[in-house]
Design a protein around this ligand. Structure first.
Ligand code: NAD
Length: 261
């Protein structure tokens, strides 16, 4: 345990697999007590078993992050179980892909609930507790699309930008309460979701999935896709007192892929 996080309480949302689970694994290995949530009951239970198998203290909440009452339950369960929340790591499910002309009004409304309203809801709930105890840490997992849009991911390119505004605004408003707020902008991370996207592209382009994954990796100067635990390591650092002067920052983790500042 490297970051002095032992015994602190973290919520990680959308964490039954992929990046969220990788973050939970790293925070749990650092001795944090966890609440993980997802809408996928079975995979969430599987994730809990896996983490508990490593000796990690973890409770679960089945919650669809696009539903206000579900989101409220995540924080209620955390406070009920552990009496406090020290760290919120906000993650969501992926938005529907598509160009602007392919997306309907309903897609946009759902995308805004998935990528923005869920962040506002859970932040509002958790910040009440953090302000009362004059300490806290909020980390939003977003995407490299904040800096470098991907043409087929219109919802991500557009709606996620608002999280940058949220990070800056909250860092300013909550800093006086000793609450730090930051965002993580990850590039390609090797998850089931990325493999689903790759296999879709492979089918359309008549290629093997591994070929498509190699092509993605070849766009990355470091020469490999990210691992969910790479994002977890950054989250653990940001959550720790080692990062006590970092707030209002949007930090890329993409193997050098994003070229703009
Ligand atoms: P994933 O599909 O592997 O995992 C998504 C998780 O979110 C799962 O636990 C799933 O159950 C949960 N989830 C989905 N919809 C939900 C909902 N409505 N309510 C509650 N839980 C829900 O995805 P991932 O690759 O780990 O990506 C996580 C996030 O990071 C996504 O928003 C994705 O768009 C973004 N992202 C991923 C990459 C990548 O390369 N993997 C890159 C940039 C951004």
């Amino acid at each position: 345990m490297r970051y002095g996080l032992k015994g602190r309480v973290a919520i990680v949302t959308a964490a039954s697999r992929g990046i969220g689970l990788g973050v939970a694994r790293v925070l749990g290995r650092e001795g944090m007590r966890l609440i993980i949530s997802s809408r996928d009951r079975e995979r969430l239970a599987e994730a809990q078993r896996e983490l508990r198998g490593e000796g990690i203290e973890v409770e679960t909440v089945v919650a669809d992050i696009t539903v206000r009452s579900d989101v409220r339950r995540i924080v209620d369960v955390a406070v009920g179980r552990y009496g406090t929340v020290d760290v919120l790591v906000y993650n969501t499910g992926p938005p529907k892909p598509g160009t602007f002309m392919e997306l309907s009004d309903e897609d946009w409304e759902y995308g805004v609930r998935l990528l923005l309203m869920s962040a506002i809801w859970i932040t509002r709930d958790v910040v009440d507790h953090m302000i009362r105890k004059r300490s806290g840490n909020i980390i939003y997992i977003t995407s490299s699309t904040l800096k470098q849009p991907i043409p087929s991911l219109t919802l991500s390119n557009v709606v996620r930008l608002s999280i940058a505004g949220l990070v800056k605004t909250l860092a300013h408003q909550l800093g006086p309460y000793n609450i730090r707020v930051n965002g993580i902008l990850q590039g390609y991370v090797d998850t089931e979701r990325l493999r689903e996207v790759a296999s879709d592209r492979a089918r359309r382009e008549g290629k093997a999935v591994d070929q498509v994954l190699l092509e993605l990796a070849s766009q990355i100067p470091i020469g490999r896709l990210g691992r969910p635990e790479d994002v977890g390591e950054l989250a653990a650092f940001l959550a720790s007192d080692t990062a006590s002067y970092i707030s209002g920052s949007l930090i890329g983790i993409d193997g050098g892929m994003v070229l703009c500042l």
